[in-house]
Design a protein around this ligand. Structure first.
Ligand code: M6R
Length: 605
């Protein structure tokens, strides 16, 4: 969703900020804007445009010079996408400019008060109240003006502020929406996402909630919103600028599907302990005694991460014999769930920013629960809020549609399940068996990806479907759910996932030649049951595409995937269906990396 980028230094700021905005495009947005100044020239210069960053770029005049600036990509919440509603927002005198991610909850109330005081609003946004509050503060220093405004605001924000009278600095603040400082050589950057920074610096400082910072060209300082100095030690981002490039692929989705061999290798690296047939997960902050005390596991996530969590819950039940289930964080946080001290809560998120997941974590922690994070983005809000956890090391995922991160998250859960299992009753030989299975994964993924040409042909064959049904039983069900989500979000074909065991209880009524069924048919103890479901569909003239470990007689087509250990099969079975979704979308000419109406990180409710 919204993105912030800012710079202060000696370089011409506009091209730098526009490039930064381009790096944030993947998050999803509908308008963009930029404001620049410099310590030598008084006044702020601003350009805003509805549409893409290239539309903004086209509007930026040749003499739009400055060495200090902030810029923004906006995802509309208050007010439609338009030039006026795009950020930055300025006060009437043109002295203060603000860019903001998040939502100001008491914006209407503040707006009414300011309007009654004679302030004229130029946009419908919640952000504009922040600008006017800063402009009206009587404090002398910019930091104090911003602080005065923040005292009146309720809600979430990551903000960056420029002031024409203080053009030697950018002031930023964070509460619930990421703000990352980038430390350069006599230049400083700020962004809401490291993606906008890594081309220039990999030395970063991530602000905490309730923290502010002042950036000058050769210096920065951080402090709380109350003014107390905080210590900020820069850390090095492990992701390189090239990781954000397309690397010869036509889309990020294609690149990221193909990166899974290396990505899975990475999540395993350094974690396997052959001596004790277990894994090392130091970041969990959970010793063996505490692990043994866990009576139940509850996994929370949204979208694809929730599906990965469903697979994780099954693995934990199977390998550790701890009752486990997954639930959409977006539902959990609103149902006043019973929070049990013996339950281990696990928040799953690629971005580590998803608002519903973060809110669920905060609610759980408020009630004293222990929460682990299974997260991709290092230092993200959920990773910082959790009591411990593990990174899934998928590398940056740029395509809005999650692929490699799903796979890596399921592998991370396999590691966690093995770890919990080996602190309990999972035998050494079963530990060895799972470790051997895990080690096979990268080569098996490569084997699946080699089938891409065949899968492309299948996609061409099915691309005219108006709707598709995905079915799976027990281990196959979350795979079916994820595959159905992949197809619908990237190709816009309606898709529905059902447990294969539920067919007779309703969905069988839908079966006809025009509704293809994709069936997940692992070679496990439920194989015969799954075959019976295929029979039922075939008997009603349904078309079937099976994903299985061997050709399925009743299916019209079968994608054969390599067999692993039963518990690990779900990790592999979704991968050919990522390719199916990709090639279907390609055949239909969809905007693959940025499907309509979707954002990469859903940082608002
Ligand atoms: O960053 P997160 O994993 O928390 O994101 C959760 C969902 O918004 C995300 O998985 C979404 O469903 C993707 N578009 C799936 O491809």
């Amino acid at each position: 969703m919204c993105g912030i980028v800012g710079y202060i230094g000696k370089r011409d700021v506009a091209p730098l900020l526009l490039e930064g905005l381009q790096r944030l495009e993947y998050r999803g947005y509908d308008s963009a804007g930029i404001v620049v100044t410099s310590p030598k020239t008084a006044g702020l210069k601003m350009v805003k445009a509805k549409g893409r960053v290239r539309d903004l770029e086209a509007k930026v005049p040749a003499r739009f010079k400055g060495t200090v600036g902030i810029a923004h990509t906006r995802w509309a919440t208050h007010g439609a996408p338009s030039d006026e509603n795009a950020h930055p927002h300025m006060d009437a005198e043109g002295k203060v400019a603000v860019v903001h991610n998040g939502i100001i909850d008491n914006a209407s109330e503040l707006r009414a008060k300011l309007t009654a005081d004679g302030v004229e609003f130029l946009s419908e946004t919640d952000t504009e109240v922040v600008t006017h509050l800063i402009a009206r503060s009587q404090a002398e220093k910019l930091e104090d003006k911003v602080r005065d405004a923040l005292r009146l605001i309720e809600g979430t924000y990551g903000i960056a502020v420029l002031h024409a009278d203080f053009s030697d600095r950018i002031v930023v603040a964070r509460n619930g929406s990421p703000v990352v400082l980038g430390i350069g050589e006599k230049e400083m950057f700020v962004a809401s996402d490291v993606a906008a920074l890594v081309a220039h610096t990999r030395q970063i400082v991530t602000l905490d909630d309730g923290e502010m910072a002042t950036l000058k060209a050769d210096d920065f300082r951080t402090y709380t919103t109350e003014g107390t100095r905080t210590t900020a030690s820069p850390t090095t981002v492990e992701w390189e600028a090239e990781s954000y490039d397309m690397g010869g692929h036509d889309t990020y989705m294609h690149k990221e599907i193909h990166e899974q061999v290396d990505a899975v290798d990475r999540v395993l690296r350094g974690r396997i302990d052959d001596r004790f047939s277990t894994v090392h997960l130091g970041g969990l902050n959970l010793d063996a005694r505490e692990a043994r005390a866990v009576r139940r596991v509850k996994i929370l996530g949204c979208g694809t991460s929730y599906h990965a969590g469903m697979i994780g819950a099954q693995m934990i039940e199977e390998l550790a014999r701890i009752p486990a289930d997954a639930e959409p964080a977006s539902e959990f946080r609103y149902r006043n769930a019973v929070v049990d001290p013996d339950t281990l809560y696990i928040a799953v998120s690629q971005s580590g920013e998803t608002y519903d997941v973060l809110a669920a974590v905060q609610e759980l922690k408020r009630k004293g629960a222990r929460v682990l994070g299974v997260v991709n983005v290092v230092g993200s809000a959920i990773a910082r809020e959790a009591d411990g956890g593990m990174y899934v090391h998928a590398g940056p995922e740029v395509c809005v549609v999650s692929t490699k991160c799903f796979t890596n998250t399921t592998v991370a859960f396999a590691l966690l399940a093995l770890h919990l299992g080996r602190t309990r009753d999972l035998s050494v030989s079963d530990g060895k068996r799972i470790i051997a299975g895990l080690r096979k994964l990268p080569a098996q993924i490569a084997e699946i990806l080699e089938q891409e040409d065949e899968i492309k042909k299948l996609a061409d064959e099915y691309a005219d479907a108006k709707s598709m049904l995905f079915i799976g039983r027990v281990r196959g069900y979350p795979v079916a759910r994820e595959a159905s989500l992949k197809l619908k979000e990237v190709s816009y074909i309606h898709a529905e996932a059902y447990p294969a065991s539920e067919l007779k209880h309703g969905p069988l009524a839908l079966i006809e030649p025009a509704l293809p069924t994709v069936a997940i048919v692992p070679d496990d103890d439920l194989l015969e049951k799954n075959r019976a479901a295929l029979e039922e569909i075939k008997a009603r003239s349904g078309r079937i595409l099976a994903v299985a470990h061997q050709e399925q007689e009743k299916a019209d087509r079968t994608i054969v995937v390599p067999k692993n250990e039963d518990e690990l099969d779900p990790i592999l079975m979704g991968i050919p269906l990522q390719l199916l979704a990709y090639h279907t979308a390609l055949a239909l000419g969809r905007d693959i990396d940025k499907p309509r109406n979707l954002a990469k990180s859903v940082t608002v409710e």
